[in-house]
Write a protein that binds this ligand. Structure first.
Ligand code: NAD
Length: 334
């Protein structure tokens, strides 16, 4: 019987795990809340594969401990592979997979929910209502269909965002270095970011956080945008110079801002600061502002996305074990 050990399983992953087990009675899946470390690797001794998801590095010591226990298949339940020691993985003959696409809708919807909440001033409105103030003014909103929304990046997530925007009746202008046929047919592309900035009432990002895109939203980019622009970033924190965004908010150049990602989010997001207070002054300040929505990298966090991450990783582990190469196998860097 094929045996897989699934590490760092969260409670919210259990339903997906249960479904998968029921559909695959021929596979034994042992799950643990423990992270994969050189010590906990012993749990997988004699197993066929491990399934993992953690920020903690997959170090040479960890991979060696797995290898010593006879395990050389590791399926990640997430996208990022930057915490893997690939030299060691190569040396120990590992086969690795990740889950690059789990639910573009989860992220696209979150971004558009942020945008619509900002346009309808729901943070201010909710706070007012919670205090018992049931007057209309001053929280008058703006309608989606009156907005021209600039979508930067028309990959998996950007394209879903465009569909949602079109459902609202918004005008979309899009920019991507590599044009998508379907979006091109619809005539949504502008030729440059400058053109997008000049036309857009709101700008939402769907590009990767690769070095070339580092701080693509900086003082100079913001200066090219319309006065009162609304910004949304659910993609990667390093796409934005957050100090420039704060300056834009302070001057009123940016009328509202929604963020799900932050350049310094590791160690800050997905932790409870309710007793000690949020240690990062920039985020603490942004959370206080009524025209800013901060979510702690939760755009992906839906039942569907979590199910996909669990199921795809287990499927890939089984494929490797059967001598196949799953479509989501990770190509090792040279
Ligand atoms: P994708 O690879 O499918 O699409 C990215 C697109 O961006 C590509 O079409 C590419 O050509 C384009 N692009 C890259 N640099 C560009 C630039 N400078 N200007 C214009 N276009 C550019 O990626 P995706 O799956 O759609 O993911 C989009 C973003 O969402 C990524 O940053 C990803 O990390 C992020 N993401 C966030 C969450 C979350 O929970 N917040 C979850 C998953 C993904």
């Amino acid at each position: 019987m094929t045996k897989i050990v699934a590490y760092a399983i969260r409670d919210d992953e259990q339903p997906a795990l249960k479904d998968w087990r029921e559909a695959h009675p021929e596979v034994e899946v042992v799950d643990t809340k423990d992270l994969l470390t050189p010590e906990t690797a012993a749990l997988a001794k004699g197993a066929d594969a491990v399934v993992v998801y953690q920020q903690l590095d997959y170090t040479r010591e960890t991979l060696e401990a797995l290898h010593d226990g006879g395990v050389s298949v590791m399926s990640l339940r997430n996208v990022g592979t930057d915490n893997i020691d690939f030299d060691a993985a190569k040396e120990f003959g590992f086969q690795i997979s990740n889950v690059p696409v789990y639910s573009p809708n989860a992220i696209a919807e979150h971004s558009m929910i942020q945008l619509s909440r900002l346009l309808r001033r729901t943070k201010e409105l909710d706070a007012k209502i919670a205090k018992g103030d049931l007057r209309w003014a001053p929280t008058i909103g703006r309608e989606m269909r009156m907005q021209t929304v600039g979508v930067i990046g028309t990959g998996n997530i950007g394209r879903v965002a465009i569909k949602i925007l079109q459902g609202f009746g918004a005008k979309v202008v899009a920019y991507d270095m590599y044009k998508n046929e379907e979006i091109e047919k619809q005539g949504l592309y502008v030729d440059s970011l400058d053109e997008l900035y000049a036309q857009a009432d709101a700008v939402s990002l769907y590009v990767p956080g690769v070095p070339a895109n580092h701080h693509m939203i900086d003082d100079a980019a913001i200066a090219k945008m319309k006065d009162g622009v609304v910004l949304v970033n659910v993609s990667r924190g390093n796409l934005m110079d957050i100090d420039a965004v704060v300056r834009g908010l302070n001057s009123g150049k940016i009328s509202a801002f929604g963020m799900d990602v932050y350049e310094k989010e590791v160690g800050l997001f997905n932790a409870d600061w309710s007793e000690s207070g949020i240690p990062d002054k920039t985020i603490a300040d942004l959370i206080e502002r009524e025209n800013v929505l901060v979510t702690p990298h939760t755009a992906f966090y839906t039942t569907k996305a979590v199910q996909e991450m669990v199921h795809q990783s287990l499927d890939a582990a089984v494929a490797f074990t059967n001598g196949e190469v799953p479509s989501i196998a990770v190509k090792f860097p040279d």
